[in-house]
Design a protein around this ligand. Structure first.
Ligand SMILES: Nc1nc2c(ncn2[C@@H]2O[C@H](COP(=O)(O)OP(=O)(O)OP(=O)(O)O)[C@@H](O)[C@H]2O)c(=O)[nH]1
Ligand SMILES: [Mg+2]
Length: 202
């Protein structure tokens, strides 16, 4: 739900990185934070456990410049992937404008990927959304792992609605910006068409 503030001439969009535990969602944000233009990025806020698992979320604001006189910002969030943090995931999906699903390419994580997509669809529904109506991209992360399942098989198993699929190695940054740019573009196109269920304030 894009937040358009007419008085301040600001647009804020919320992008959520979703996926199974340890799939690389936080690493995506860390990479974006490390490589983004210093003027464009705010602070990366991470609420993590001692073992670096996301406890509640990570948050990174990115300035996208001005679009038709409106200062446009993307707010990037990750959810905690661990199964028992479902309430947090639901909360973080509130007001979402686009989702990047970070799948783990390792063979042993295929069930966890499938389960996390199912969980995403369920949790979106509880917020009144349908995945098929949202800008959505699929990232196949950890392509560097020796047990990585083929791109074809992963796409066949995990692609839901013809969404763009990106191969990535978040630890080196490969594919991270392609994923972000594709999702950002989809959100902006939707915004231009006025298809957002945007909250507008005057
Ligand atoms: N080999 C390899 N390791 C990766 C890659 N991406 C992330 N990792 C590692 O996988 C581990 C988990 O990454 P995180 O980014 O913390 O995963 P997450 O999805 O945020 O996990 P939760 O917060 O628990 O949901 C870390 O040790 C990362 O360094 C990758 O592409 N290749
Ligand atoms: Mg995390």
């Amino acid at each position: 739900m894009t937040f358009i503030n007419y008085a301040a001439r600001e647009i804020n969009c919320k992008l959520v990185y979703y996926g199974p535990g340890l799939g690389g969602k936080t690493t995506n944000l860390q990479c974006i934070y490390a490589k983004a233009n210093p003027q464009a990025k705010g602070k990366l806020i991470s609420l993590a456990t001692e073992s670096d698992r996301t406890l509640f979320f990570d948050f990174l604001p990115l300035e996208m410049g001005t679009i038709r006189g409106f200062r446009t910002r993307f707010h990037l969030y990750t959810v905690p992937g661990q199964v028992f943090y479902d309430a947090s995931r639901r909360l973080i999906l509130k007001g979402v404008d686009g989702v990047a699903f970070v799948a783990d390419s390792q063979a042993v994580r295929m069930d966890a990927n499938v389960e996390a997509i199912y969980n995403l669809k369920e949790n979106l529904r509880t917020q009144g959304y349908e995945l098929k109506n949202l800008p959505y991209v699929l990232q196949l992360n950890k392509r560097d792992m020796p047990t990585a399942v083929s791109v074809e098989e992963m796409t066949r198993t995990l692609q839901s609605q013809g969404e763009p699929v990106f191969e990535a190695v978040a630890t080196t940054g490969e594919g991270v910006f392609n994923t972000l740019k594709a999702l950002a573009r989809m959100v902006l196109i939707r915004l231009k068409k006025g298809q957002t269920q945007g909250r507008a304030t005057r």
